[in-house]
Design a protein around this ligand. Structure first.
Ligand SMILES: [Zn+2]
Length: 174
């Protein structure tokens, strides 16, 4: 899992030539284009599912480790008398915070990578796949286009459904 401090956009060599704040705006835009509400929906689902699964799994482990054949009344006495069980209870309770948090971060990371990849593959040269990101845009006859330095193909942005902000992240509004 990505550490909280690492910058997710630095995993993409195509974005190496851009400053941090430009990359942040680029990602913000990518998220917006991929409908940010979906991310919230996925995170909510991850939250609910992980809480339920953690509850089931930890209760099962508790049952196997500590109770065996004990009745409900015996179980209460057991919890109060057994310090190891108390430790288990603390781990179980804190798990209700940590497990969903880790799941939500995982979901967010996967989502962000998906958004960035979609943005990056959308600006590849139609002929050779070279990334057109950051190339200079020519504006001949008022039709913005990009010249692929690899194969020489002239790509008219409109034809690919692209805007100038797709090619030049510096133009993306925050
Ligand atoms: Zn090309």
């Amino acid at each position: 899992m990505r550490l909280l401090t690492r910058k997710i956009y630095r995993a993409y060599p195509e974005l190496d030539k851009f400053e941090d704040d430009v990359c942040k705006r680029y990602i913000k835009r990518a998220k917006r284009l991929q409908n940010t509400w979906k991310l919230w929906l996925f995170q909510l689902l991850a939250l609910l599912i992980s809480i339920v699964l953690w509850g089931i799994a930890s209760s099962l482990i508790e049952l196997i480790l500590f109770f065996g054949e004990a009745t409900r009344r015996d179980q209460l006495v057991y919890i109060m008398l057994n310090p190891i069980h108390l430790v288990f209870k603390i781990i179980q309770m804190s798990g209700y915070i940590f497990v969903p948090a880790i799941c939500c971060l995982r979901v967010r990371d996967r989502w962000l990578h998906r958004c960035i990849r979609k943005q990056l593959t959308g600006v590849q040269c139609g002929a050779c796949g070279y990334s057109l990101l950051g190339l200079s845009i020519s504006d001949e006859n008022n039709t913005p286009s990009v010249h692929c330095p690899e194969c020489g193909l002239q790509t008219v942005l409109k034809d690919m459904g692209l805007t100038q902000a797709d090619i030049n992240p510096n133009l993306a509004s925050s």
